[in-house]
Write a protein that binds this ligand. Structure first.
Ligand code: SF4
Ligand code: SF4
Length: 116
């Protein structure tokens, strides 16, 4: 499943550069599927959702860092464990029960994002 950031976040910024998919954004930051991925233009995500990879979407949170679940692969294919959770000093990167995916689905997402 994807990882999410809780309200306990102290906005230290340690997690953001660790994410291999650029799925983590600072509070109030607009985000794109093309940030940190090979995606361009209109694409269909492995879950069937159609998106414009270049479109800038509204921030998910105005107070603390946030994770875009559709971009999170739990670091599968890159690392043995979620890197955001590994570096977070207050342990506020936790499993997102509302976005549960199998290891196979997460690896397919990783290949889809990075074309490898
Ligand atoms: Fe990024 Fe990995 Fe954290 Fe997901 S688990 S947000 S891919 S660092
Ligand atoms: Fe927030 Fe943890 Fe990321 Fe720091 S490492 S910005 S406390 S989620």
């Amino acid at each position: 499943m994807a990882i999410k950031i809780t309200d306990e976040c102290i906005n230290c910024g340690a997690c953001e550069p660790e994410c291999p998919n650029n799925a983590i954004y600072e509070a109030s930051e607009e985000w794109r599927f093309s940030d940190g991925t090979e995606l361009l233009g209109n694409v269909m995500l492995p879950n069937g959702k159609k998106v414009d990879a270049d479109e800038q979407y509204e921030p998910k949170d105005d107070e603390v860092y946030f994770i875009i679940a559709d971009k999170c692969t739990e670091c599968k294919g890159f690392h043995d464990e979620p890197q955001c959770a590994a570096v977070c000093p207050v342990d506020c990167c936790v499993p997102d029960d509302e976005n549960i995916e199998t290891e196979e689905q997460l690896l397919a997402k990783k290949v889809f994002f990075h074309k490898e």
